[in-house]
Every structure is written in C-alpha cells, then in structure tokens.
Design a protein. Sequence first.
Length: 203
Amino acid sequence: MGPDDAARAATIASWSRAEDELYRPLMADPSLYEDVVRQVGGLVAWLREAAADDDALLAVFHRGDVPDGVVPGRVALAAACAIRHRELQGQAESARRLAVLATAREAGEAWATIEPRTLPGGIGSAGIRLIVHVHSGVGVGTDVDMDPESGAPVFVARPVAIDLATGALVAAPEWLGDEGRYATAAERDAKVTDLIDSTERFV
C-alpha cells in the first residue's frame, strides 16, 4: 500500500469513527438524535447524487463546503460519507456476485463459489464464502467464528440467497433450515453438502 492509498484508507476509516462518536452520546437525547439523523440523512441523499464512487466521495469530503446544522457541518458530512461509503461497497459487492454467477452460468456450471471480498491493500478479506446455485440464487455461506468462552474456532454454515436481479443478499427460503455451528470443518462441510443436496431437490 503506497502513501496515497494509506491516506485514502485513513480518511475512509475516520468517517466510521466520526459516525460512532457523533451518535453514541446522543442516545440519551431522543430529540437531538432525531435532529442529527435528519441533518445527516439530508447529506446522504445529496451524496447519492454527488458521489457515484469513492473518488468522488473523497473529493466532496476534502472540499468540506457544507453548512452547520445542529452539529458542525464537517462532522455531519463525515458521518454521511461513512453511510454512503457502505452503500457503494454494497453496490460493488452486489455487482461482483452477479458477475461470478454469470461467468459460472456461461460455463455451464450449476454452482458458483463467491469468495469473500479482499480488503484494500490485500490485508485480509471481509464477508463470508458463498456457494450459490446459479439459476436460483440460493445456497450456503461458510465462515469461521470464535467461541467467546474457550477461544476455539467455530465452523459456521448458514443458508443464503442472492437476488438474481440486483445481486443483493436476501432472506434465504425457510426450507434451507437454520444456521449450523460446528466444532470441526469436516462437520461443517458435511452440512454444506446436505444444503446443496436439499437445494437441488427443491429448485
């Protein structure tokens, strides 16, 4: 990661901190909280028109030419940028899911594996691994959590579904059952196989 990338990442990270610092003390004052939400919400609506990607969002933030309201305009703008950045990430992830599914479909595959999103600078990944039926959008997500008491890994398999029109994650159908949490990867993978078999029977 170069200096420009580091500065970019630091600015984006500062938005989330500003959002948290703005809202946390307001929970005890519902009236002021509503006013701040209204102020930030207005900026988010404006950013949806003014910033179609993170480059534009960063440019708007660095200009910082927004009026004060119940809180300083610069603070409200940072919180609004955090929200808009999450929206842009979500849109990019939806597009990536659709692209992976389209590639698998064109190759004649019935299933596609969508790996977690790589974080900027290649420092890790975010999200869960998805194994999705390309024609229905339903499938299973796999992840690893940590047991809060023992610190041991917990291997997770959860039903998932993707809206094939938008690429967004949506509620999985009830017939896929509930999330499973397992002590070993082998147990989790057996559950994944069961979910795949169930999907092929139902769709």
